[in-house]
Design a protein around this ligand. Structure first.
Ligand code: ADP
Ligand code: MG
Length: 236
């Protein structure tokens, strides 16, 4: 379990260079948020770490035991909740027990036999989280896992992920375009700009975190400025 070391990563699609000497380390147990505008290459980097995408240059070291939660839950409709959690694992008594424990951790105790189509969006995403955690990953990859949820469910899910990560202590890469989410959850925030990490900031706030804590607004404004966003809305 040696964490993530990505150095000088280059990724091209056709004649477009998406990552152009991108470097990022994540220590074991560290939570890093990767912020970037839409289309900046966040998912591409996460997919490279997951082993789902090749890269054209640089070196990438990542732990072998890694799991991914995507923006959509990606559940198999024809399989019950427990079998979705166990997907790709043999349904031994031990694995079933672990699946039930993971479902309990995401507040879905007793839902083992439910069908995915009967779940709300938030519940389905919690099943996806249980599926990622039951494998005890050394690296948990989260690709905008809250983006499709309504605002209140999103806040609950963010708190749940914070608790579960604190409990399990995998290294985490959270890809997001949501500055508040990055500040609330991560130990460190990296901003992806023009194919490289333009800025990296340690998040100085103690946990549990609140949006209103002193300094939150300043960090938020600074990161938004890096993303080219001005916060003021409405006529002067
Ligand atoms: N398989 C692919 N083939 C061609 N272009 C791609 C492919 N995957 C992503 N891209 C392009 O690479 C850029 C970065 O995409 P992505 O990593 O998904 O961005 P983000 O997750 O930051 O929104 C986008 O312009 C996207 O259209
Ligand atoms: Mg993406």
């Amino acid at each position: 379990m040696s964490g993530v070391h990505a150095t000088g990563v280059v990724k091209r699609f056709g004649d477009r260079t998406i990552l152009d000497g991108f470097s990022l380390d994540i220590a074991p147990g560290e939570f890093v948020a990767l912020l970037g505008a839409s289309g900046s290459g966040k998912t591409t980097f996460l997919r490279i770490l997951a082993g789902l995408e090749d890269h054209d240059g640089g070196t990438v070291d990542a732990p072998g035991q890694r799991t991914v939660v995507f923006q959509e839950p990606r559940l198999v409709a024809a399989k019950r909740v427990r079998d979705n959690v166990l997907l790709g694992q043999r349904p031994t008594a031990q694995h079933r027990k672990a699946a039930s424990a993971a479902l309990a951790e995401v507040a879905l105790a007793g839902q083992e036999r439910a069908w995915p189509t009967t779940l709300s969006g938030g519940e389905a995403q919690r099943v996806a989280l249980a599926r990622a955690l039951v494998r005890r990953p050394d690296l948990l990859l989260l690709d905008e896992p809250f983006a499709a949820l309504d605002a209140l469910t999103r806040i609950r899910m963010q708190a749940l992920v914070a608790d579960l990560v604190h409990e399990h202590r995998p290294a985490v890469l959270l890809v997001t375009h949501d500055v508040d989410e990055a500040i609330l959850l991560a130990d460190r925030v990296a901003v992806l700009q023009d194919g490289v990490v333009g800025v990296e900031v340690e998040v100085p706030f103690a946990r549990p975190r609140r949006r209103g804590v002193a300094g939150f607004g300043d960090l938020r404004r600074r990161l938004l400025a890096e993303l080219g966003v001005e916060e003021t809305i409405g006529a002067a």
